[in-house]
Design a protein around this ligand. Structure first.
Ligand SMILES: Nc1ncnc2c1ncn2[C@@H]1O[C@H](COP(=O)(O)OP(=O)(O)OP(=O)(O)O)[C@@H](O)[C@H]1O
Ligand SMILES: [Mg+2]
Length: 437
């Protein structure tokens, strides 16, 4: 690493999987406010039988491939690495910890503002999303737990993590709270308070907590949405509610690890499309990416269509490109990852964030989805059959909501009803009725 007050250059080794097979070298340069990166694959990776493009823009060539963020809201890192960087929630924890330690005169604390690299390297190696791993010039994994300490908490520790997370949200955290939270799987992406945990059978899972600003049981709402999606024929992340001192925490099984704990490469849909956070993108573009890169293009485009319809019928309007992802299935071929982060939004307008296509704009009614079904590998009849299954599942939301697995109380259902009972369900019923005549 070279450092002057205005210029830093840091070399990071990128490797993959449990065996930390070397993939390449990342050079991070910061000059004043400007941040750039340059990535080069290692010879071993390029000549190996398992080689694949770990990020869609990184061609399998020996040359250095450089990148600078196209806008202030974009990452300077290759897309696949940017997917592992913390988002709003993780950054908040890392920043607060840094500020507090500096204030208290901790000698090890870095002077000056944290850089994008500091955030990327603050993510716990054990729970980093996907299969890519990072080592510093001394060969130390970033970020590794201190010897003798386990960084990822067990289910039993959830109460303590939840209490510390809540204190952070309320701006009342102690230094001990922050020390406890940092590196403990708190640095996953996303806005909401969460952590990674070691679940039963040693499997990795995500614990998603209620947030201080919630006006309804968002955690039970998410488990409700995931279970309805499964009933609707959609492949979803496994989920359940755990009560921690009476508080409902949504526990979502991590799909980027195999049953025996091996890491599976992950790419968000944003990365697959090489999308800037500033630009509008469309589902037809995700379908095009699936047709190019999926092991099962027909099944995956059909699945994407089901998810668009389901999201519309449950008013999940937070369908941005980080909320869809892909898992690697070998030789540069990918599959759509199970659906995750799907939530009913009863207080929002039914308008998708991701547009259906440039011409149609956002999804605000069902008709354009049916009209475009062939782009997603469905004949009209197959689409109607899929719609019928989704419609039936969503129609049964009240009994799923009050089932033991979800645990909403009958009097809480009014909070959610506008997300499930609306004119789009009526439109679905009419489309299905017409079809049977
Ligand atoms: N089941 C899972 N397995 C593996 N990775 C996951 C899983 N669920 C989420 N992730 C990863 O963690 C990130 C954050 O999770 P999630 O989207 O659920 O959080 P969030 O805070 O609700 O997000 P948002 O900001 O979109 O509301 C995702 O973008 C994805 O990279
Ligand atoms: Mg999300």
């Amino acid at each position: 690493m070279t450092t002057s007050p205005l210029h830093t250059k840091t070399k990071i080794s990128v490797c993959i999987g449990e065996a930390d097979q070397p993939v390449g070298t990342l050079i991070y340069t910061k000059q004043g406010a400007r941040e750039n990166t340059s990535f080069a694959y290692s010879e071993g990776w390029l000549s190996g039988a398992n080689r694949f493009k770990v990020s869609p823009e990184l061609e399998l060539v020996t040359a250095h491939q450089s990148r600078k963020a196209p806008s202030k809201v974009d990452s300077p890192f290759p897309f696949a690495l940017a997917d592992t960087a913390p988002d709003a929630w993780g950054r908040r924890v890392i920043l607060r910890d840094h500020a507090k330690r500096r204030k208290n005169g901790d000698q090890d604390t870095k002077q000056g503002a944290l850089t994008e690299l500091d955030f990327l390297l603050a993510v716990d190696d054990f729970s980093r999303v996907g299969a890519l791993r990072l080592r510093d010039e001394q060969g130390v994994f970033q970020r590794a737990a201190h010897t003798g300490q386990r960084a990822t908490p067990a289910l039993l520790d959830l109460g303590k993590i939840y209490a510390a997370s809540r204190a952070v949200e309320q701006g009342q955290e102690t230094e001990a709270d922050l020390r406890y939270l940092v590196g403990k799987g708190t640095s996953l992406g996303g806005m909401r308070p969460k952590c990674t945990l070691i679940d039963h059978h040693q499997r990795l899972a995500i614990g998603k907590f209620p947030s201080v600003g919630d006006t309804r049981s968002v955690t039970r709402g998410e488990v409700l949405a995931l279970r309805l999606a499964s009933a609707a024929g959609i492949n979803v992340a496994q989920s359940r509610i755990e009560l921690i001192d009476g508080v409902a925490v949504a526990v979502i099984e991590r799909f980027d690890r195999t049953a025996d704990g091996r890491r599976i490469p992950y790419l968000s849909a944003a990365s697959m499309l090489q999308a800037s956070r500033q630009d509008e993108h469309h589902y037809v573009e995700i379908a095009d990416a699936i047709l190019q890169s999926s092991l099962q293009p027909t099944l995956d485009t059909q699945e994407l269509w089901r998810r668009m319809v389901f999201n519309h019928l449950i008013t999940n309007v937070d369908d941005h490109l980080q909320n869809h992802g892909f898992l690697h299935h070998g030789h540069g071929l990918w599959r759509l990852a199970p659906a995750f982060d799907i939530n009913p939004f009863p207080d929002k307008d039914r308008e998708s964030k991701t547009w259906l296509s440039e011409a149609t704009g956002p999804i605000i009614e069902l008709a354009p989805l049916l009209a475009h079904c062939e782009y997603f590998s469905f004949s009209r009849q197959q689409a109607l059959d899929a719609l019928a299954k989704i419609y039936q599942a969503v129609k049964g939301w009240r009994s799923m909501a009050t089932s033991a697995a979800v645990g909403l109380k009958p009097q809480e259902l009014d909070d959610f009803a506008p997300a499930f009972e609306h004119e789009a369900m009526e439109e679905a019923r009419i489309s299905l009725g017409h079809a049977s005549h």
